[in-house]
Ligand binder design. Structure first.
Ligand code: FAD
Ligand code: NAP
Length: 541
């Protein structure tokens, strides 16, 4: 596209591609598609770029995949130039990295901040998407890339009495920039998922007293985070190319030294040795030590028993330790957590655990929280209560496809996609890491790159063949949804308690398996084969 044409497109609010969201996904989509000559506009609801890493600024927020892997792989220059200071970078560092990438690639000029997309309608005659923002601006483009995030819509918790609380209420999802001074404060934290588990030790250090309200105890593996060692960094940088390629061959797109044997093929003593060795290393490698942890109940029970034994070993008060032990769901069926000193924090004299399964919250009062058996006084309440995952951001936009079909109607019984990237009846709209893709079970930065690259190739194919639109075929989508369900039902995931993998954390949300459980490497191969097979399952117009 010539400079003149680009200028014209901007004045008329017409672009080749509109991208929704400026997190890892939207930023790479902008870079990739712009490099291929398209005019691209990114619309971001937030005041700044970064997505997850702009919003979630709570104390303790950090990635749980090593930073050398949880980062873009598309540019070796960026890989070589950026220096990570810790094995698992904290949120401020990840946000600095994202901003560094945006500056290096001159991305900001095509990003509109403070711009929430509220509607998108496909004009079937023009074959273009009409995208409307909250301010009423209309943008038009043949293609729409939804990089709106899998974990970007916080759950709105309806907690009785919350509005009457006289102290401060903070959410981990949008913790104030600049932080909160908790010195001398009595803090109550609700939620013990990854966010709550990361925040607990830091809140306990800063506050006068911390009470953690736990509904479901979680399995958590120690991160063993540390300052980056120079030799470790040098080795990574030297071997980056081959390590990234190796990671693409794994089911999670992460190099974790995955075990090749099923746990069922070794003795309990051998398993125990492996458990100890993996616990000492820490991180997600623990869940990748055997190939059958997510499918074989006996092996899964054994792994769970080991983690419980560690909790009991770490936490000195036996009653608290027992409450912290997850007992009634398989390990890995809820998203596994990776922590720094989570269980140890309950040994501090200023930390208390309240099990709200046995002692439910009755109401928030002006001065704290009343459970069935006690009054708890607080100055500050922290909500770490999770997200409307994988479908929340898409369904908050009024999306209308061919023939006036609404996405919210199509997805009323659960999301239906082809490859987690396209939706039948919604041509030229692509999802980044959508439901039906393995995204959330993998290194999401790499998952985002795979999707963006695939989408760019698909659009290039469409252009080369002088088509104007591409759409998933209904049959192909149906088969894909059936495959996602079948794969999921072959695992222990559906047994997860209130798991967001199943939509089960959101009252009223359909209970269906959201991610593809066939492994990310297999999935990437399927996507590649489909592209090589002239996009089988897609209809070009
Ligand atoms: P996001 O980063 O969520 O960005 C989506 C953007 O879209 C947001 O900025 C949002 O404001 C914007 N948006 C949404 N709807 C609209 C709209 N209607 N109009 C305009 N803008 C809109 N994954 C890992 O693999 N490893 C980790 O260690 C890890 N840690 C995480 C820690 C936290 C606290 C959370 C919440 C998630 C974590 N994740 C992790 C998942 C994480 O979301 C992804 O890794 C990744 O950052 C997603 O990037 P994204 O661009 O797809 O989405
Ligand atoms: P989450 O895992 O869904 O945890 C939400 C917590 O809030 C759960 O403990 C839940 O209890 C509790 N809760 C929800 N509603 C409640 C209610 N009405 N009353 C009491 N408790 C309630 O959410 P999250 O911790 O924000 O994590 C979401 C995902 O983001 C993670 O799984 C992970 O993928 C990603 N993440 C990653 C990291 C990281 O380590 N890098 C950090 C944060 C987030 P129940 O379990 O009983 O529902």
């Amino acid at each position: 596209m010539s400079e003149n044409a680009k200028q014209h497109a901007r004045e008329a609010c017409e672009y080749d591609v509109i991208v929704v969201g400026a997190g890892f996904g939207g930023l790479y989509a902008l870079h990739k598609l712009r490099s291929e000559g398209y005019s691209v506009r990114v619309l971001e609801a937030g005041e700044a770029i970064g997505g997850t890493w702009y919003w979630n600024r709570y104390p303790g927020a950090r990635c749980d995949i090593e930073s050398f892997q949880y980062s873009y792989s598309f540019s070796d220059e960026i890989q070589q130039e950026w220096e990570w200071s810790e094995l698992y970078a904290a949120q401020p560092e990840i946000l600095r990295y994202i901003n560094y990438v945006a500056d290096k690639l001159d991305l900001r000029r095509d990003i509109e901040l403070n711009t929430q997309v509220v509607a998108a309608t496909f004009d079937d005659i023009e074959k273009k998407w009409h995208v409307v923002t909250r301010a009423g601006e209309l943008l038009v483009a043949p293609f729409c890339v939804m990089a709106s995030g899998c974990l970007s819509v916080p759950l709105s918790l309806s907690l009785k009495g919350l509005e009457a609380f006289e102290g401060q209420v903070y959410r981990t999802f949008n913790w104030p920039e600049g932080g909160v001074d908790l010195a001398g404060k009595r803090v109550g934290l609700i939620g013990t998922g990854s966010s709550g588990i990361q925040a607990t030790p830091r809140l306990a250090e800063q506050a006068d007293h911390l009470t953690v309200f736990q509904r479901t105890p979680n399995f958590s593996i120690p991160a063993h985070n540390r300052k980056m060692e120079q030799k470790y960094a040098r080795d990574w940088k030297k071997a980056y190319r081959e390590r990234r390629l190796q990671a693409l061959e794994t089911k999670s797109l992460i190099l974790l030294n995955a075990g090749l044997k099923p746990g069922s093929a070794v003795t309990r003593e051998e398993r125990q040795e492996e458990f100890e060795a993996r616990w000492a290393v820490g991180g997600f490698g623990f869940m990748n030590m055997f190939t059958d942890i997510s499918t074989n109940k006996e092996v899964n029970d054994h792994v769970a028993e080991f983690v419980r034994s560690k909790i009991v070993e770490i936490v000195r008060d036996p009653v608290t330790a027992d409450k912290l032990c997850p007992k009634d769901y398989p390990i890995g069926s809820k998203r596994i957590c990776v922590d720094t000193d989570y269980f140890q924090t309950f040994n501090r004299p200023n930390v208390k655990l309240v099990d709200i399964q046995t002692d439910p919250i009755v109401t928030v009062t002006p001065t704290g929280v009343r459970t069935q058996s006690a009054e708890h006084q607080f100055n500050v309440l922290v909500l770490a209560t999770g997200f409307d995952a994988m479908t929340g951001a898409m369904l908050r936009i009024d999306i209308t496809g061919v023939g006036g079909q609404k996405l919210k109607d199509k997805w009323a019984e659960g999301p239906r996609t082809y490859l987690g990237m396209a939706i039948s009846g919604f041509p030229n709209m692509f999802l980044i890491t959508g439901p039906g893709s393995p995204s959330v079970l993998s290194n999401m930065v790499t998952a985002v790159e795979l999707h963006v690259d695939w989408i760019a190739k698909c659009i290039a194919y469409l252009k080369q063949n002088e088509y104007v639109a591409v759409e998933a075929e209904h049959q192909a989508e149906e088969k894909w949804v059936a495959r996602v369900n079948e794969l999921g039902n072959g695992t222990l995931i559906p047994k997860g308690k209130n798991s967001w993998y199943m939509g089960a954390n959101v009252p009223g949300k359909p209970r269906v398996i959201l991610p593809f459980l066939g492994g990310a490497a297999n999935y990437a191969k399927i996507c590649e084969e489909i592209a090589n097979d002239r996009y089988s399952g897609f209809r070009f117009i």
